[in-house]
Design a protein around this ligand. Sequence first.
Ligand code: NAD
Ligand code: AHE
Ligand code: ZN
Ligand code: ZN
Length: 380
Amino acid sequence: TEGKTITCKAAVAWEAGKDLVIEDVEVGAPRAHEVRIQVCYTGVCHTDAYMLSGKDPEGAFPVIAGHEGAGIVESVGEGVTNVQKGDVVVALYTPECGECKFCKSGKTNLCGKIRATQGKGVMPDGTSRFKCKGKDLLHFMGTSTFSQYTVLADISCVKVTDKAPMDRTCLLGCGITTGYGAAVITAGKGGIEKDSQVAVFGAGCVGLSVIQGAVSRGASKIIVVDVNDTKKDWATKFGATDFVNPAKDLKEGENIQSRLIEMTDGGCDYTFDCTGNVHVMRSALEACVKGWGESIVIGVAAAGQEISTRPFQLVTGRSWRGCAFGGVKGRSQMNDLVNDYMNGTLKVDEFITHRQNLGGINQAFEDMHDGNCIRCVVDM
Ligand code: NAD
Ligand code: AHE
Ligand code: ZN
Ligand code: ZN
């Protein structure tokens, strides 16, 4: 197959808001600094659903979505040195070139090398590797893991041990790493400090991963806020100390920020928005303690949404921060997470509540609405 076009199955989104269609697609050979991988497993993330709904300003069709994938390198293009045929890899929607101003800054994981073309749904040379029915299909987030074969920039994948099961490590491609990294890397620029009081808004895959990170840093209080009561058991299982359902548990005249301020004797050291709801983001900021409290925005809000608060909240020392992929540098830090998983210090298996085959991928999106669905893993 090396050097040749591969025909395989992929879930194609022909237009916004419509079911995905399993099609035979042609996947071109990797060009210079590109890698073609056989995708073995992919998770399904809310950001895929968001783009497919048509609400993402960067969404364009027809497209192959998916960004939480693990697979095996099938072939590499000219000049590729970081991976070779047969390597097990995790796809990285946040690449790491190591050379651009962002990579070199030491302050962020937001590599700038291919961001412009990635946002347009094409490879770094401006073209697509996918064709179906004679038409070019767009790539998504530089990964397009809803195809049995996909082509990535070499800087958009990282080799991991073949001893780690790919149906688990695929989840390190987004949700788990995002929440965990937000807690241990982004918050406080270096992670939550021991004995911090933390509030996590939204206990999905991302929020539960923030809890894991907070536990690993020795937070003394981890309050989970979710409108779904079934998330209480989930939060407790991951190490939360308290649970508040703002739709039911608030007293007359109380809002969620005042409740959290009361529970923490003045406010939280760190709060995390893992909902994508801009009103929640405001509450999360205002639940921070004055002087140093920091709120991390992780959730992706729909196009046109804006956040607001009284500037006084910032004047009195609270700050707003945000991160993509938890602030994790994929190529230099992914293997630490895989090792933590392998030695039992990072939970991954626990997140998998649903499974589907590629043919059931639309059901995987339906599954996401189930209050008990944390992640659905698709066997490609
Ligand atoms: P999820 O839907 O599984 O979890 C969200 C949780 O928030 C649910 O338990 C829901 O009940 C709860 N919730 C909804 N409205 C609420 C409210 N008003 N108050 C309190 N809780 C509320 O989603 P997820 O997979 O965990 O992802 C969370 C968000 O993070 C999504 O917006 C997703 O797009 C985004 N995300 C961002 C990044 C990043 O790099 N920044 C990466 C992955 C996901
Ligand atoms: N394109 C959207 C924003 C989507 C977004 O914020 N994506 C996150 C990853 S979410 C993963 O589930 C991200 O990586 N952001 C940084 C980046 O460079 O895209 C919009 O609103 O325009
Ligand atoms: Zn995601
Ligand atoms: Zn870079």
